[in-house]
Design a protein around this ligand. Structure first.
Ligand SMILES: Cc1ncc(COP(=O)(O)O)c(C=O)c1O
Length: 425
């Protein structure tokens, strides 16, 4: 099973059997309030009628069609629709099937772009400690989580990392962007000096790091990264697999933080998690560079299921639902209530930090001596038994509910977290 302790699970399985709106139901019929939008995906809530109907219709009309040297209208229709919610200048989209594939696709486009415009010497890829960019070889290499790498050999050559931005000593209990840490971006200058900037193709970061424990970018940090990348001709890739599609109160994280990358990835909320799909958004000037090369295939890359018609139908149903209900900006109107409810947990037993931005919160617990992660896992199990689905990475509880959540449901999530954390030894 993915990222699961198989033997532990077998002893006491947790099985989800049905979902609707803000809720799951377990196989034995218990209702669970979804505090995690599934796995950061279901931004419009579960089993929304427009999406369900679009998928039903498409699967009966055309189940699959190849996209190598041919196309189908719904893939172009969805590409145009989704580019319509992206920041200006990103009118080109490459479809994948997951966040991991989006990341590897973006890295390959960055490398190929430099080669296409005459800078083939740029081959290095820079990630960040504690970054999560999926589990394929490219994403694993630029990612910064040791447990995800240590079993799998030396990986991709020519990769380096800047330091993470977590700084409990200066920033604990920050509301929104922490005040300290813009200078951590200067590490990129150090790597430019070390490797020579002309060898660096791209830097990839999550605008807000989700999977490694909700690390909100310090004020000024992303701006500084952008500045250094521009100065040295390095492409800046934002991995927006979590931050995309309204999670931070704007359609994308780049818009929330006011910093534009050159490429950005997405998945999850792209189809509301209904059908697996990812997408890489590409700045028009990068796309145009490929179109200046020799005749023939411009990018030797793609997946059998790129632009899958059923996924595109789900995506169109999703965008319709987001638009009709204002979900790409709804988090902004709930953020104050969410933030206050999260920070009301300050002073709760074991809680050493609370972080928030948009409809995301991280609640960091003090690790139990000699058993890191145990306290977090126990809180997760207790919350599950108490009817609320939360997520933990190590000892940090990460909350990211569907964007249709109502205020009393927000209060219920944090009340449950308070009681289960307090009850955890
Ligand atoms: C920022 C980021 N990138 C990539 C991925 C990988 O996505 P997937 O699991 O769909 O391959 C994730 C998954 O959580 C993610 O959070």
């Amino acid at each position: 099973m993915p990222f699961t302790a198989n033997r532990q699970f077998k002893k006491s399985p947790r099985l989800l059997a049905r979902a609707e709106g803000m809720f799951y139901w377990t196989a034995d019929g218990r209702q669970l309030l979804d505090g995690t939008a599934g796995l950061w995906c279901v931004n419009a809530g579960h089993c929304r009628p427009k999406i369900v109907e679009a998928v039903r219709r498409q699967v009966g009309e055309m189940d699959f069609a190849p996209t190598f040297q041919m196309g189908h209208p719904i893939a172009f229709e969805f590409a145009a629709r989704v580019a319509g919610v992206a920041p200006p200048g990103f009118s080109r989209v490459f479809f994948t099937n997951s966040g991991s594939e989006s990341v590897d696709t973006a890295l390959k486009i960055a490398l190929a772009y430099h080669r296409a415009h005459g800078e083939a010497g740029r081959y290095r890829l820079i990630g960040r400690e504690r970054g999560y960019h999926g589990v394929n070889f490219g994403g694993m290499a630029v990612g910064g989580i040791a447990a995800n790498k240590k079993m799998f050999g030396p990986g991709v050559a020519g990769v380096d990392h800047i330091r993470h931005t977590h700084d409990l000593s200066r920033n604990s209990f920050s509301r929104g962007q922490p005040a300290h840490g813009a200078e951590f971006a200067d590490e990129l200058e150090r790597l430019c000096a070390l490797h020579d900037a002309s060898s660096i193709a791209a830097v990839i970061v999550e605008p807000l790091a989700g999977s490694a424990g909700v690390l909100v970018p310090p004020a000024g940090y992303l701006e500084r990264l952008r500045e250094i990348c521009s100065k040295h001709g390095i492409l800046l890739i934002f991995d927006e697999v979590i931050t995309g599609f309204g999670r931070l109160g704007k359609p994308f994280g780049s818009q929330r933080f006011g910093v534009m990358p050159d490429l950005f990835t997405s998945a999850k909320g792209l189809t509301n998690g209904t059908v697996p799909m990812g997408a890489v958004f590409i700045k028009d000037s990068i796309y145009e560079a490929f179109m200046q090369g020799p005749a023939g295939i411009e990018l030797f890359h793609g997946y059998t299921y790129s632009g899958h018609p059923v996924a595109c139908a789900a995506g169109i149903g999703t965008l319709d639902t987001y638009a009709e209900e204002g979900l790409l900006t709804r988090a902004a109107s709930l953020e104050k209530h969410w933030e206050d409810a999260a920070h009301a947990l300050k002073g709760t037993r074991h809680v050493i930090d609370i972080r928030n931005c948009g409809l995301i919160a991280g609640i960091e617990l003090e690790p139990r001596r000699g058993a890191p992660g145990a306290r977090g896992y126990e809180a997760f199990v207790k919350a599950f038994e108490n009817g609320v689905l939360i997520r933990v990475t190590g000892d940090t509880i990460a909350l990211s509910p569907p964007l249709i959540i109502e205020k009393p449901q927000i209060d219920r999530i944090f009340d449950t977290v308070r009681s289960v954390v307090t009850a955890t030894p």
